[in-house]
Design a protein around this ligand. Structure first.
Ligand SMILES: [Zn+2]
Ligand SMILES: [Zn+2]
Length: 267
């Protein structure tokens, strides 16, 4: 747990933005169009509060959790051509001099090797890696759902409420912000659904593009080695129990994160 990670401007900006969207959705859009006391108002406020609470909780988990560090006892399996010592040396990080398990990358911001590193995320002031990839994905899911719900409530209030000329500027500015936010979240969510279905990290996607190009040049084909089957790819990230897929702390299916099944193992 690293509570100091909250002392960062982008993290505080995300928290402020979430509070602002929550407040305006409940007290301006829902209360204005349906009245919070009505059944319709209470129902929408309850749904939105649940989505927003899960989003905030997952966000805290992302910020506070360890993205995954290499265990000090880790020694790579040395197989294949060349001398075993040479192969082992090639698997060392040239910055922190420790061994690098497969899919591990060195993060220049965190100044350490991160297991199954996806990317360093400014908005959570933390790396997204093996241990917190699920909470990160769950956060984007809840945030996307909440922002779509808020957008619908915003549109309802535009049609149902009598907006005075003094509020028009606020509505135009809020609408622009809400469209930008919802589009960004939907894109991020879609991108990570694609990555999960293919068992890829963002880094591996770009590495794979290069590997494909190199393979094509020499008349061969390249397939991402960890892409086993869509269902197995999903359960390796979200867990075997579908009921816990959207629970950010249900990560008991995660192992050490130093080895991963590949196509070769399953064939
Ligand atoms: Zn390193
Ligand atoms: Zn990092």
């Amino acid at each position: 747990m690293r509570p100091k990670r909250f002392l960062s401007l982008p993290v505080l900006a995300v928290l402020l933005l979430m509070m602002f969207v929550y407040y305006t959705t409940i007290f301006v859009f829902i209360d204005g169009s349906f009245d919070l006391q009505s059944s319709n108002g209470t129902f929408n406020a309850a749904i939105f509060t649940i989505l927003a609470s899960f989003a905030v909780f997952s966000f805290f988990v992302c910020v506070l959790s360890d993205p995954g560090h290499v265990p000090s006892s880790y020694v790579p399996d040395v197989e294949g051509q060349g001398s075993a010592k040479d192969n082992a040396e090639r698997k060392k990080c040239d910055k922190c001099y420790g061994y690098k398990p497969p899919r591990t990358h060195h993060c220049r911001v965190c100044k350490k090797c991160v297991l199954k590193m996806d990317h360093h995320c400014l908005w959570i002031n933390n790396c997204v890696g093996y241990w917190n990839y699920k909470p990160f994905f769950v956060f984007t899911s809840y945030a996307t759902l909440a922002s779509i719900h808020s957008m619908i409530l915003f549109i309802c209030s535009v049609f149902l409420m009598d907006i005075g000329s003094s509020s028009k500027v606020f509505y135009v500015m809020y609408g622009t912000m809400a469209i930008g936010l919802t589009t960004t979240l939907l894109t991020l969510f879609g991108w990570h659904v694609y990555l999960i279905l293919h068992n890829m990290t963002t880094i591996e996607y770009y590495e794979g593009k290069r590997a494909k190009w190199l393979a094509m040049k020499s008349g061969q084909s390249y397939r991402h080695p960890f892409n086993i089957s869509p269902y197995k790819n999903i359960t390796s990230v979200l867990g075997p129990n579908m009921l816990k897929w959207l629970c950010p702390t249900a990560v008991s299916h995660l192992k050490e994160g130093v080895s991963f099944p590949t196509l070769r193992d399953s064939s």
